[in-house]
Write a protein that binds this ligand. Structure first.
Ligand SMILES: Nc1ncnc2c1ncn2[C@@H]1O[C@H](COP(=O)(O)OP(=O)(O)OP(=O)(O)O)[C@@H](O)[C@H]1O
Ligand SMILES: [Mg+2]
Length: 281
């Protein structure tokens, strides 16, 4: 099956891991999009080439399980063949992928880290914000994966008390990421730093929220910065998800001004050979 064909008819029902497999040949810079509503999981195996799911490389000849409720994309930079078992509601190959934008964001951050190292300063901090269910956590996962694959040790901070990505809902948490996320399980959450907030909505006690999320005036949340953040202009990266690096300054001061854009630094492809995400990392 090739890129941008209409969504494939799902393979016939049957035991998800032992029924007939559907083979997908992915050209370079394409992705296999999956949506699994259920009731059975879908399994995917990389047969040849290189592929990744949200920045985690797939191991060849290993079957990965996507349970009901999953939405995922198996992306390849260089081309690959994957096999699929099960009856996903959606399974098709697409050239229309945000991965180049994501890679550009990673490259921009990597340049900032290199600069911070040269100048013995603190590396970039990135705030990812946007409406619900648009891919914020996935973008964080991908940027963390790429950073850790380049030998960095990034920190994931979950400020959304409605989520339980680092600990349980109702908390604010931070996690030092030392290895890429497991495709099925996500990041290893050993020894996270977690503060109890006690509600899944910051507005129930904004003073306490500002205190547990760290620093600043508990009433306003701002850290010695005279002006509150102003509304930001539309973001060039995506209509939904905003990525704002806050390099070396109090959390809010850079937000309206500094933005990672797809055009940061050199043109996207000229960075690719240098920032190649090595499969052996
Ligand atoms: N680039 C992508 N390709 C395919 N699926 C994606 C992509 N980004 C996100 N998804 C899927 O979309 C769903 C929502 O993504 P995610 O959880 O990252 O959104 P979110 O903005 O963090 O949501 P919430 O507001 O609930 O925190 C997930 O199932 C995720 O796997
Ligand atoms: Mg999320």
């Amino acid at each position: 099956m090739s890129a941008d064909e209409p969504p494939a008819a799902a393979p016939p029902d049957g035991p998800a891991s032992s029924g007939p497999a559907t083979k997908f040949e992915l050209e370079r810079e394409t992705e296999l999009r999956l949506e699994v509503e259920g009731p059975a999981p879908t399994r995917v195996e990389l047969v040849s080439g290189l592929a990744e799911v949200f920045g985690t490389e797939l191991t060849r000849n290993k079957r990965y399980t996507f349970p009901p409720g999953s939405r995922a994309a198996v992306f390849t930079w260089h081309g690959c063949t994957v096999q699929l078992w099960g009856s996903p509601d959606v399974a098709y190959v697409s050239r229309d992928t945000p991965m180049l934008l994501y890679l550009n964001a990673h490259v921009g951050l990597e340049q900032m880290r290199a600069q911070a190292e040269r100048e013995a300063e603190r590396g970039p901090r990135v705030l990812v914000a946007g409406p619900g269910d648009v891919g914020k956590s996935t973008l964080c996962r991908l940027l963390l994966n790429y950073a850790v694959r380049r030998g960095r040790r990034p920190t994931l901070v979950e400020l959304d008390v409605g989520q339980g990505s680092v600990s349980v809902p109702g908390t604010v948490g931070a996690l030092c990421v030392e290895r890429p996320a497991d495709v099925e399980e996500g990041f290893s959450a050993q020894a996270p730093l977690v503060y109890h907030f006690g509600s899944t909505t910051p507005g129930t006690n904004i003073k306490l929220y500002n205190k547990v999320r760290g620093g600043g005036d508990p009433d306003t949340g701002y850290t010695s910065h005279p002006d509150p953040p102003t509304p930001s202009p539309p973001d060039p990266l995506s209509p939904h998800t905003r990525i704002s690096p806050t390099l070396g300054s109090p959390p809010h001061s850079d937000l309206p001004h500094t933005r990672i854009s797809p055009t940061l630094g050199s043109p996207p492809h000229s960075d690719l050979p240098h920032t190649r995400i090595s499969p052996t990392l």
